[in-house]
Design a protein around this ligand. Structure first.
Ligand code: 13P
Length: 252
């Protein structure tokens, strides 16, 4: 049975003190999860080690990276590798976030390489993708999302999909306060699962957790997470506030 996941993407926010304070608060309030639930925070890479240390006091709180380089090591100033993440006990990484695509020119081909590098390092990938407002308005959103999946992920073997989580994040809903309706999220998540099923079979598709991201807040999380193909959320702004994040976790 696929898991429900709530993951917080802190993006480029919080100083060391703020990051550790928030982690401590989450550790103290999170409690136990069922075996079908996961909660994760993805801090900036400079905080990973210290956040992971505090999070290790909780059985429930996982820590993931926000990005990694596709090479094993080498002359790539400013970058971090999968082996480095792994050496700090970080077992998951976000790849393909729309901000990485827009501001750092990451495309599906490059992301395919990053996915391979992460899996080779033993790191689970949370692959982010989603359409622009313009693409939704001209009704190419299903096509765009299918290509983002196929071009970056369809070289994988079916057996590798147990290390992949998908995060559908329509770009028009990120940080805008404009959430996809629960029906729009369900429609796209069902499409995504269908594309997976066509290529890898229904059993593989049914095992993949597909998260929704884009202006998830305490007051809309429950309805969105209640849809059958929505397996949780990737949370930006609201993950920086303890009470909001915990309320969203509770909605799972
Ligand atoms: P917001 O929740 O701030 O819209 O951000 C979503 C996101 O980009 C998570 O990766």
């Amino acid at each position: 049975m696929r898991k429900k996941i709530v993951a917080g993407n802190w993006k480029m926010n919080l100083t060391k003190e703020q990051a550790l304070e928030l982690t401590r608060e989450l550790v103290d309030t999170l409690g136990d999860l069922t075996e079908h639930q996961r909660v994760m925070v993805c801090p900036p890479s400079i905080h990973l080690s210290s956040v992971a240390e505090v999070a290790s006091e909780s059985k429930a709180l996982e820590v993931g990276g926000q990005n990694m380089h596709q090479a094993e090591s080498g002359a790539y100033t400013g970058e971090i590798s999968g082996a480095m993440l792994k050496s700090y006990g970080i077992n998951s990484v976000l790849l393909g976030h729309s901000e990485r695509r827009a501001y750092f020119q990451e495309n599906n081909a490059l992301l395919g390489e990053k996915v391979d590098a992460a899996l080779a390092a033993g790191i689970e990938v949370i692959y982010c993708f989603g359409e622009l407002l313009e693409e939704r308005e001209n009704e190419t959103h299903f096509e765009v999302v299918s290509s983002q999946l196929k071009e970056a992920l369809f070289h994988l073997e079916a057996s590798q999909w147990k290390h992949i989580v998908l995060a559908y994040e329509p770009i028009w809903a990120i940080g805008t306060g404009r959430t996809a309706s629960p029906e729009q999220a369900q429609e796209m998540h069902a499409h995504i699962r269908g594309v997976l099923a066509d290529h890898y079979g229904q059993e593989c598709a049914d095992g993949v957790s597909i998260l929704y991201g884009g202006s998830v807040k305490p007051d809309n999380a429950k309805e969105i997470f209640g849809k059958p193909d929505v397996d949780g959320g990737l949370i930006g702004g609201a993950s920086l506030k303890k009470y909001d994040f915990m309320a969203i976790v509770a909605a799972m």
